[in-house]
Design a protein around this ligand. Structure first.
Ligand code: NPW
Ligand code: K
Length: 491
């Protein structure tokens, strides 16, 4: 998985990398500029549009100048504005300033006539990870001016004004695209920053993943290439027992759909035998809309040990006796997947939390999470609380949302890359519960079940939204689960 570096370690990485490779920081800047322009050529082909590059005094500004040169050499029309006398700028800024071709006009931003041509592109190379304080005065005014323009806005490494790993309080450049180097900066994954980040693109500037590993052992980004090694592989003699027997408990009157979504998602994820236990006095007459799913009754003496995995909570309702939940946890006594109303039950009966089987997987959305841990001020605090919760109760806590966070009991934090906004639809979480429970029942470790479940769920959502967009519903996600195995070449 791709390490996410925070704080001072980002600067240390830069220094250590150039030392170990025997290159200059200017060479690394050139690699970054080349990686950026290669991305740019793929997205913006029209060389007639005017490109306005605003360069700050540090190395983010240096990147902007190197990019200006490369784009100009490629025939694009470039206008450069810089923020300080070039003599007061970083060494690599100055070196790239001297390398600017003569045909590029470079002007102090104070002399900018505030004209941006229709269809123009603004590239923000003002501040990156070296931001040291909230933006003020003329720089803040400049950002405000740029934000009000109709141009396409692109930020290099970070939108200016956004700190790399905390929540912003000041003026920030609003990007349509943020092109960040080598790994996502933590703040780019916060939901409250989406209007600054726009579409996030992580580009490789030549620092190997292995090199990054030494700088972060805590936070990671889950990508497509990280998934296949987490899967179990089955052979032609495998039988349905090998693919696991799983049970879903939930589905109170009026909420049966949630239970069926979880159950059907598990079947589509590969479970051999799927049963569901609706929360009805007498469930015998209930019609299950899928032929492959069996009805099950959890009585006070049912031996749940025959199940390989249990997913509990989808549509369970809010009248469940906490002692009943406790008896299920005691009888099963293996990691289980706990969602929705089962999480609410834990929140209102904290004594139950101590009884949750170790390494269980809890999948709250933001509101359910706040019921568990109390109100939080922002996403940074939410992440901190998720980490402490996972450590304290020795569980895996999956905080659902854009860039879903998987907080592991050993303190590691994994952020997901797959998925999109169209997945914010009723029942999407029930589908995730079904998928994770399925992997757990197929014999995956809880960590691998969580990672594969979260990634495949996001990918299924991406595939389903290709044709459905905002009209996508949770059942569409389920229908695309099989295609995720094809996409990832998982047999
Ligand atoms: N790491 C890597 O692998 C690579 C990094 N690269 C690039 O380097 C970037 C980091 O460069 P960087 O360290 O020079 O910092 P940067 O963001 O340019 O800003 C520092 C300057 O801004 C100033 N300043 C800060 N805040 C301010 C404020 N509110 N208001 C006013 N001024 C403020 C600050 O002044 P000071 O705080 O000292 O007063 C200083 O002059 C990184 O994001 C990436 O783009 C790539 O080239 C290659 C690979
Ligand atoms: K920037």
């Amino acid at each position: 998985m791709l390490p996410i570096l925070v704080g001072e370690s980002i600067k240390e990485l830069d220094q250590e990398f150039i030392l170990s490779k025997g290159i200059l920081s200017l060479d690394l800047m050139e690699q970054a500029a080349n990686a950026f322009t290669n991305w740019f050529y793929g997205v913006f082909e029209d060389k007639e549009v005017q490109i306005y590059i605003f360069c700050g005094p540090g190395n983010n500004g240096g990147d902007g100048l190197a990019i200006a040169r490369l784009l100009s050499e490629n025939g694009y029309s470039i206008n450069v504005f810089y923020l300080k006398n070039e003599k007061d700028c970083s060494n690599d800024f100055q070196a790239n300033f001297e390398r600017l071709p003569k045909n590029i006009s470079a002007t102090n931003f104070e002399k900018w006539d505030k004209k941006i041509e229709d269809g123009g592109i603004i590239i923000d190379a003002i501040f990156g990870v070296g931001l040291s304080r909230v933006l003020e005065g003329p720089i803040s005014d400049l950002i405000c001016e740029l934000n009000s323009s109709l141009a396409t806005r692109i930020a290099i490494d970070l939108p200016s004004g956004l700190p790399s790993d905390s929540v912003t309080t000041g003026q920030v450049f609003h990007s349509d695209h943020t092109v960040t180097f080598q790994f996502p900066k933590l703040s780019l994954l916060f939901p409250e920053h989406i209007q600054f980040t726009g579409d996030l693109h992580i580009i490789d500037i030549g620092i190997e993943d292995g090199f990054l590993q030494d700088f972060s052992k805590k936070a990671f980004y889950i990508r497509k290439q990280d998934i296949s090694s987490r899967h179990r592989f089955f052979h032609r003699f495998s039988h349905k027992g090998d693919f696991g027997r799983v049970l879903f408990i939930g589905g109170a009157p009026g909420k049966l759909g949630a239970l069926f979504l979880s159950s059907y998602a598990a079947l589509r994820t590969g479970s051999g035998l799927v049963s569901c236990a609706p929360e009805f006095e007498d469930s015998i007459g209930i019609q299950v809309p899928y032929n492959e799913i069996m009805l099950y009754q959890v009585k006070s003496n049912t031996d749940l040990a025959e199940m390989d995995a249990i997913g509990i909570g989808s549509g369970w309702g809010n009248t469940i006796d906490p002692d009943y939940f406790l008896s299920i946890m005691i009888r099963f006594n293996k990691p289980m997947v706990i969602d929705a109303d089962a999480i609410n039950l834990l929140a209102s009966n904290p004594f139950l939390l101590q009884k949750v089987p170790k390494n269980s997987i809890l999948t709250p959305h933001v509101k359910e999470f706040e019921r568990l841990v109390g109100k939080v001020a922002n996403h940074a605090e939410r992440i901190e609380k998720a980490i402490s919760f996972a450590i304290k109760y020795e569980v895996i806590l999956i905080l659902k949302g854009a860039h879903t966070l998987i907080a592991l009991p050993d303190g590691r934090q994994l952020f997901n890359s797959s998925g999109n906004q169209y997945m914010a639809t009723a029942g999407s979480g029930d589908v995730l519960t079904g998928m994770i429970t399925s992997f757990l029942g197929q014999g995956y470790t809880p960590e691998n079940a969580a990672i594969c479940g979260v990634f495949h769920h996001g990918l299924a959502g991406e595939l389903a939204s290709e044709s459905k967009r905002r009209g996508m519903v949770a059942s569409d996600i389920i229908e695309k689960i099989p295609t995720t195995f094809v996409e990832l070449k998982i047999s």
